[in-house]
Design a binder for this molecule. Structure first.
Ligand SMILES: [Zn+2]
Length: 393
């Protein structure tokens, strides 16, 4: 499934490697593409940019991934302190940007002849992976922490995955699942693996296409694992290498102040992101105390002349209210961190009222419980028994 390369040291590795010997995450290697905006193809959703993607759409629900609207919302300009645009990722089939990476990951799994895919998640990514696998006729293994709410189990299980509630250290599950996935030949589409990052770069391809031949002054998105941030950065690098954009928009990332390892490293001038203590925040879905692509996100912010901002829960609530009252949009708290960060950056003079700024609203939030699927298999398992359980699934 195509060669991988390290953004930091340039070393390459064959699939299915996900990390470089230097410790940093890998992404898919790509030649400087022969691409301009005339090479956009007539295809649904994210597949318009097929020239920059390594796989074609598998069809089905993957065709509904991406192609989300970019909204100009002038009534929010005063609150934001800039010319405000919003990329509405809540329009994806399972309600978040995760569908872009899931769709590409499923396309890759089909291409490789795998009979299933997997993921480790307790939220949007679990639903998205299971939905895309279901549509493609692939098995799906979803590993979740044992203590997630029953309502969340119902949401994920409606797509009929093998859902394992794992007792043990959730952080350890990330690495363990990748090892088991290699052994059992089920690609695990975790938050920042190369295939997921490759799909998630389409968010930025679409934003840049909307502004072409210009670019927005800044793109602002929430950051958790750093996977989406990495994909957006990769897209901008590829577009610049191809000559499709002359200037690169500044990338700013937003974190919740209660759990902000990347923002803290940025503020301290560090080159490497270190783990922090867990903290409680209403933006719980981006509270990642040890982000696997944190250092890569930090590099993305620095190299594009942007930054990383920590916003507190009061600022997030105010932004969420403003999005509803002046934009007519209800988004999850994690998504509202983008607008909260823009308001702060404008107050600090980093963004001006004439700047075109795109906030990425990553998801619409989880709503009503659906009926669970009878095809789903839901079990509890200890982390030590995971290999045996997956092999016999
Ligand atoms: Zn490296």
């Amino acid at each position: 499934m195509t060669e991988r390369i390290c953004y930091a040291c340039g070393a390459t590795a064959a699939a299915p490697a996900t990390r470089c010997d230097c410790g940093e995450p890998l992404w898919l290697a790509s030649e400087p593409p022969d691409f301009d905006w005339n090479a956009v193809v007539d295809a649904p959703g994210m597949w318009r940019h097929a020239e920059l993607l390594p796989f074609d759409s598998p069809g089905g629900v993957a065709d509904a991934a991406g192609g989300t609207p970019l909204l100009r919302l002038p009534r929010l300009d005063e609150f934001a302190g800039a010319r405000f645009h919003l990329k509405n990722e809540g329009s994806n089939p399972t309600g978040s940007f995760k569908d872009r990476g899931s769709a590409l990951g499923v396309a890759a799994a089909l291409d490789a002849g795998a009979d299933g895919v997997g993921t480790v998640s307790h939220g949007n990514m679990a639903m998205s992976t299971a939905a895309n696998a279901a549509s493609a006729g692939l098995d799906c293994v979803v590993l979740v922490p044992d203590d997630i709410p029953e309502s969340r189990i119902e949401l994920i299980s409606q797509y009929g995955p093998t859902l394992l509630r794992v007792r043990g250290d959730y952080a350890e599950l990330y690495d363990r699942s990748l090892e088991l996935g290699d052994e059992l030949e089920i690609p695990f589409l975790n938050s920042d693996v190369p295939l997921r990052v490759e799909g998630q770069k389409t968010t930025a391809l679409e934003i840049c296409e909307s502004f072409a031949p210009d670019v927005p002054d800044a793109i602002v998105l929430p950051v958790s694992s750093g996977g989406h941030a990495s994909g957006v950065w990769k897209a901008l690098r590829e577009l610049q290498a191809a000559g499709a954009i002359e200037e690169v928009p500044r990338l700013y990332f937003a974190q919740a102040a209660a759990c902000a390892p990347i923002a803290e490293a940025f503020a301290a001038g560090d080159d490497v992101v270190s783990a922090v203590e867990d903290g409680e925040t209403i933006a719980y879905s981006i509270a990642n105390s040890d982000p696997p692509s944190g250092t890569r996100a930090l590099a993305a912010a620095r190299e594009t002349g942007g930054g990383v901002v920590a916003v507190d829960d009061d600022e997030i609530r105010a932004a969420r209210r403003a999005l509803a009252e002046f934009g007519g949009l209800s988004v999850e708290s994690a998504s509202a961190t983008s607008l909260a960060a823009i308001r702060r950056l404008a107050a600090d003079g980093e963004l001006g009222e004439g700047d075109d700024v795109v906030a990425v609203a990553t998801g619409r939030g989880i709503s009503e419980s659906p009926p669970a699927s009878e095809a789903a298999s839901v079990a509890r398992v200890d982390i030590d028994e995971l290999g045996e359980r997956l092999a016999s699934r």
